[in-house]
Design a protein around this ligand. Structure first.
Ligand code: SF4
Length: 376
C-alpha cells in the first residue's frame, strides 16, 4: 500500500485499514457487468468512454452491440467513421466515438496495435483525459492512478468532510491528492471500481444508504449528520435555449440531408439544413433565410411537421421542422450531402433529437409522392 495521513473525518488508522472494508464490500457486492466479464485493455477503454456522461443501464446494450460490431481495436481502426457513429447513435457526445476511432487508428499505426500502458503515451491519444487514463490504466494495467468522477467526489467529500464546491478544480485536486495517499498499489483498479460502485449503489446523491456502507464507521458526514449538505455543489449557470428552424426539402420523393463537419458539436452526423432563428424572427422566415444562405436555394415552407425540444449539456434547443419544396434553382451545398428516400433515412447516423421527427418526415414524403401521383 502507498503511504498517507489519516484525513480529518477518519481517525481509524492508516491507508490499508481505511480501504480494506471498501475492497471487501466491492468483492461481495460488485455488479455483474459485461465489461467485467472478459477483460482486455480495449474492452475496458470502450466501456469507460461510454460510461462518461452516461448511466450504466444505458451503456450496457450499446457496449454489447459495439463489441459485436468492433470486437477488436483492429476492427475499430479499420471501420468507416459512419459505421462507428451509427453504432454510437443515441448515446450522445459523439466526439467520444470519433476520438475513440481516431485513437484506435493511431494505436494501430504508431504502437503496432498494442494499447500503450505508459501514462504519457496513452494520455496523448485523442479523447484520453485524466479520467479515462486513470480508469483504463488502473483497471487494465495495474497503475496506481486514482479516478475522480462525480460518484467518487461525492463519496470522498462525505467520507472525509471536504466542504469545497465539487464543481471547482481545487476540490477535485484535493480529492485526488487524498486518494493518491491511500490507493493500494497492489489493487488500484479494484479500489477505483469499488469507490465508483459505492457512489452508484450506496452513497446515493439524495438518500445515501449509510447503514449498508463499508465506510460508515469513519464517515464524517454520517457521524455529523451532514449527508444532506455534503458534497457542496455550486449552482450551474442557467443554460440558454435556442429556437432552430429546419427544412425537410423533398424533391421527387427524396429528402435532402447533409453531413456536419467532422470536428465540433455532433461532428460527422447527418442533419437537415437550417439554423438558429434571429432575435424576433419567426421560424417560418428563418427556415427560408437559412436555406438561402446555406444552400443558395429558394424554398417554400409548406407546413410545420414537428416541434421538438431537446437538451444538450450546455444548451437546449427547440426545433421547428418544416416540410419544404424548392421554388426555383437547385441546392448548392458546401459539404457532403445526399438525396435519400425517406425510408432510407435510418441508414444514416442522426442526432438523437432528429429521431423524434423522422417518422413524421416519412409520412410527409409519402403524402407528397401520393399527391404528385394524383392519389387520394
Ligand atoms: S456512510 Fe453514508 S455518507 Fe458516508 S460514505 Fe457511506 S453512504 Fe456515503
Amino acid at each position: 500500500m502507498s503511504g498517507g495521513n489519516p484525513g480529518p473525518g477518519d481517525p481509524s488508522g492508516g491507508p490499508a485499514a481505511r480501504v480494506a472494508p471498501l475492497l471487501r464490500w466491492f468483492g461481495r457486492r460488485r455488479r455483474d457487468l459485461p465489461w467485467r466479464r472478459r477483460r482486455s485493455l480495449y474492452r475496458i477503454w470502450v466501456s469507460e468512454v461510454m460510461l462518461q456522461q452516461t448511466r450504466v443501464e444505458t451503456a450496457v446494450p450499446y457496449y454489447r452491440r459495439f463489441l459485436r460490431r468492433f470486437p477488436t481495436l483492429k476492427a475499430l481502426a479499420a471501420a468507416p467513421l459512419q459505421e462507428v457513429l451509427k453504432a454510437w447513435e443515441g448515446l450522445g457526445y459523439y466526439s467520444r466515438a470519433r476520438h475513440l476511432r481516431h485513437a484506435a487508428r493511431l494505436v494501430a499505426a504508431r504502437h503496432g496495435g498494442r494499447i500503450p500502458t505508459r501514462y504519457d503515451q496513452f494520455r496523448a491519444l485523442p479523447g484520453v483525459g485524466e479520467y479515462i487514463a486513470a480508469a483504463v490504466l488502473s483497471i487494465g494495467a495495474g497503475a496506481a492512478l486514482p479516478v475522480v468522477d462525480g460518484n467518487v467526489l461525492r463519496v470522498v467529500c462525505r467520507w472525509q468532510g471536504f466542504a469545497g464546491d465539487i464543481r471547482l478544480p481545487a476540490t477535485r485536486r484535493r480529492v485526488r491528492a487524498f486518494l493518491e495517499g491511500i490507493i493500494p498499489a497492489d489493487v488500484p483498479g479494484r479500489f477505483n471500481e469499488g469507490l465508483m460502485e459505492l457512489g452508484a449503489l450506496v452513497c446515493l446523491p439524495r438518500a445515501p444508504r449509510c447503514p449498508a456502507c463499508p465506510l460508515c464507521p469513519g464517515c464524517f458526514a454520517f457521524r455529523r449528520g451532514r449527508t444532506g449538505s455534503l458534497p457542496v455543489k455550486g449552482r450551474r449557470k442557467p443554460v440558454p435555449e435556442y429556437t432552430v428552424a429546419l427544412a425537410v426539402i423533398v424533391r421527387r420523393g427524396r429528402v435532402f440531408i447533409q453531413q456536419r463537419p467532422e470536428e465540433g458539436h455532433l461532428g460527422g452526423l447527418w442533419e437537415f439544413p437550417g439554423g438558429k432563428c434571429r432575435a424576433g424572427e419567426w421560424p417560418l422566415d428563418a427556415v427560408v433565410r437559412e436555406c438561402r444562405e446555406e444552400l443558395g436555394a429558394e424554398v417554400e415552407a409548406l407546413r410545420e411537421i414537428a416541434v421538438v425540444r431537446h437538451a444538450y449539456s450546455h444548451f437546449k434547443v427547440r426545433l421547428h421542422v418544416f416540410a419544404c419544396r424548392l421554388r426555383r434553382g437547385r441546392v448548392r451545398p458546401g459539404r457532403p450531402h445526399a438525396w435519400v428516400r425517406a425510408a432510407d433515412l435510418g441508414a444514416f447516423p442522426f442526432p438523437a433529437a432528429n429521431h423524434r421527427f423522422l417518422p413524421q418526415i416519412a409520412g410527409s414524403a409519402e403524402e407528397r409522392t401520393r399527391r404528385r401521383a394524383g392519389g387520394p
